[in-house]
Write a protein that binds this ligand. Structure first.
Ligand SMILES: NC(=O)c1ccc[n+]([C@@H]2O[C@H](COP(=O)([O-])OP(=O)(O)OC[C@H]3O[C@@H](n4cnc5c(N)ncnc54)[C@H](OP(=O)(O)O)[C@@H]3O)[C@@H](O)[C@H]2O)c1
Length: 249
């Protein structure tokens, strides 16, 4: 792992930075001294932002906002060193129970909005040495009943990352994919709390993971940080599972 101060001056854009994994990613780059532009949908900026950080609220399903985000990054930060695309939408639903509108929303949020930001970002990335991290999921690598469209979207995102890595390699822009496992974010914990026996529900899910526990957001953020800094300078087109061994089984 790199020394904490190693990110001094790095221009970093993080989407999905208002909660969960994205918030932890922002905190990790903040600790390293990076210059940050954060984004999420909620109007209020995330807590703990430093004086030189910026927050822009908007919906990345709206292409005009994706363009505005990157134009703002170019204006405030200059060339972008690191783009972490952490926004996404989780969604359950059996095949026959999911209407097309919901299926379409999962593809929009997890794939098309990522493509849209990437498309605008490419000309704004630092030529010769910069990095993009897409945040997929363990469920982009293996199938699971009841989440067919989520897995389709996250699997599609992995292929977006691999193709982009090849296309952008001649320009020195590396593209890698992080594939987190079940992570103990507020939303995931709230889901357990809604179960009749939350502790039993937690234990049952943890038992499906070789390491026997959920990830902490900070653990996922550390791996994303590696992919999002020059520490991984010869890594591109890779998919890094951060899943306690789930996809190794
Ligand atoms: N948590 C897990 O167990 C897990 C496991 C594997 C993969 N992942 C993936 O990791 C990423 C982060 O997950 P998380 O659990 O940290 O999610 P989360 O807590 O639900 O946060 C999602 C973030 O994305 C933003 N967002 C969602 N839709 C957006 C849109 N249309 N435009 C702009 N921003 C949008 C949200 O902004 P607002 O809240 O401000 O609306 C929020 O900042 C997602 O891609 C998820 O699929 C999570």
């Amino acid at each position: 792992m790199t020394a904490p101060e190693a990110d001094e001056g790095l221009a970093v854009v993080v989407t999905g930075a208002t909660s969960g994994i994205g918030e932890a990613v922002a905190a990790r780059f903040r600790a390293g001294g990076a210059r940050l532009l954060l984004t999420g949908r909620r109007e209020r900026a995330p807590a703990g932002m430093g004086p030189d950080e910026h927050y822009l609220a908007g919906d990345l399903g709206d292409e005009a906002f994706a363009a505005e985000l990157i134009a703002t990054a170019a204006r405030i930060l200059g060339p972008i060193d690191t783009l972490v695309l952490c926004h996404g939408l989780q969604g359950d639903g059996a095949i026959e129970a999911m209407d097309l509108q919901r299926a379409s929303a999962l593809l929009d949020a997890n794939v098309l909005s990522v493509f849209s930001v990437l498309q605008h970002a490419v000309p704004a990335m630092r030529e010769g040495a910069s990095q993009v991290v897409l945040v997929s999921s363990r469920l982009g690598m293996v199938g699971i009943a009841g989440q067919v469209m989520y897995t389709a979207a996250k699997g599609g995102l992995i292929m977006l990352g691999k193709g982009a890595a090849i296309e952008l390699a001649p320009r020195g822009i590396r593209v890698n994919v992080a594939a987190p496992g079940l992570t103990s974010t507020a939303a995931i914990e709230a889901g357990f709390d809604r179960q009749p026996d939350p502790d039993a529900a937690r234990r049952a899910r943890a038992a499906t993971i070789p390491m026997g526990r959920l990830a902490r957001p900070e653990e996922v953020a550390e791996a994303i940080h590696f992919l999002g800094t020059p520490a991984s300078s010869y890594v591109t087109g890779a998919v890094l599972p951060i899943d306690g061994g789930y996809t190794a089984a």
